[in-house]
Ligand binder design. Structure first.
Ligand SMILES: Nc1ncnc2c1ncn2[C@@H]1O[C@H](COP(=O)(O)OP(=O)(O)OP(=O)(O)O)[C@@H](O)[C@H]1O
Length: 365
């Protein structure tokens, strides 16, 4: 199923929650909606499910206007973070539920439903749990059953709203890999909401970054890392270094900075802000540079070099230990970013303060 969302808006009272969403999803694609709390991800999902309605805009699925269709006619599979399975039903009956409550004319026969459930139990790798009740399952097992229940109706679109949010990190990782496999086998067009970057990038074909009711960027992990479309995206991705620069002929300039590897920006000359990632900066010895190696540390795999300028500004640089050059404390090095993004100062919300950089678990050298 293809989904075409156009100019979708939604407000709750005075609060604009979706401010013009345009998004096309291909048949069989797995797309992650990634964004901070309150960015409108769940509201968008609910509108697709028919549990809420937009103020304006379009929602067309496989050529059909879904805004004219009530929720029960949309054939949606929905899995929430806290999915309530029916406690008095076994796993088998929970998965069969969506099929067994269909109107008589559309309901498959009992043996067809039983065969479908058996097929799903195998796909979900839980045949051994078929006769258990929800209270006899772990959280991860419950979410597998919840997905089974959503898949049983052969949904046109599968919507997953932080389905693993309540589970611990190791189980989440297992379930992610498992969900990817299930998706490959079912080919359901799937929208997955998360605020966890790692989850979004590991699972999805494309990631949609949302902020304050707008789509800030759509792309792969590499595109979003290397070419954040806005200061918001750069900061949301975390571990970002911001440096004031002067833009000249589309190129960022500052003392001790060699930004020749970055694409030129079609922006007016003048002051701007350069956003860099510590793991995408190379260092080259340059006695004329104001950046001096203040300290370095290693966690075994990576070396973190802290470059300091006389005004106290620090730039962390992360280098793979086995391919890092020999670095000498107190020596001046030029910063040579490999990727990075420049934004005009007027596009940068100063109130949206940069997040602190994560500290590497390190052993000072
Ligand atoms: N029924 C409602 N009435 C009023 N405000 C609402 C309603 N539903 C959501 N909101 C508001 O809309 C905004 C977006 O909410 P939404 O749940 O879509 O965000 P989200 O990105 O899914 O966040 P989270 O990751 O925390 O679930 C929030 O500010 C929320 O308080």
């Amino acid at each position: 199923m293809t989904i075409a969302i156009s100019s979708l808006t939604k407000s709750f009272g005075p609060t604009a929650v979706l401010r013009g969403i345009d998004l096309s999803i291909n048949d069989g694609e797995l797309v992650a909606l990634l964004g901070p709390s309150g960015s409108g991800k769940t509201t968008l999902l609910k509108i697709i499910a028919g549990l809420d309605w937009p103020d304006a805009g379009g929602l067309v699925v496989n050529g059909q206007n879904w805004l004219d269709l009530p929720a029960q006619k949309r054939r949606i599979g929905f899995v929430f973070q806290h999915y309530a399975l029916f406690p008095h039903m076994t796993v088998r009956d929970n998965i069969a539920f969506g099929l067994s409550v269909r109107p008589r004319a559309e309901r498959p026969g009992k043996s067809v439903i039983a065969a479908k459930v058996t097929e799903l139990l195998a796909l979900l790798q839980i045949p051994h749990l078929a006769d258990r009740y929800p209270t006899q399952l772990s959280g991860g097992q419950r979410q597998r059953v919840a997905l089974g229940r959503a898949l049983a109706i052969e949904p046109a679109v599968l919507l997953l709203d932080e389905p693993f949010g309540a589970l611990d990190a190791a189980i989440r990782r297992d379930l992610r890999r498992w969900l990817r496999e299930v998706h490959q086998q079912t080919g359901s067009t799937t929208l997955f909401v998360t605020h966890d970057q790692e989850e979004a990038f590991e699972l999805a074909d494309r990631v949609v970054v949302m902020g304050e009711g707008r789509i800030e960027q759509i792309g792969s992990a590499d595109q979003i890392h290397d070419r954040p479309a806005s200061p918001f995206v750069a900061r949301f991705m975390g571990a970002v270094v911001e440096l004031p620069v002067t833009l000249r002929a589309g190129r960022a300039e500052a003392a001790g900075l060699d930004a020749r590897a970055l694409e030129r920006r079609a922006m007016a000359d003048g002051p701007a802000q350069l956003f860099l990632r510590p793991d995408a900066i190379a260092l080259e010895a340059d006695p004329a540079s104001p950046w001096v190696l203040a300290h370095k540390s290693s966690n075994g795999a990576m070396i973190r070099a802290s470059m300091r300028r006389a005004d106290g500004t620090e730039v962390p640089v992360d280098l793979l230990r086995h391919s890092a050059p020999d670095l000498t404390l107190g020596t001046a090095y030029r910063l040579r970013p490999l990727t990075g993004a420049v934004f005009a100062l007027d596009g940068i919300a100063q109130s949206d303060a940069p997040r602190p950089l994560p500290i590497l678990k390190e052993k000072r050298q």
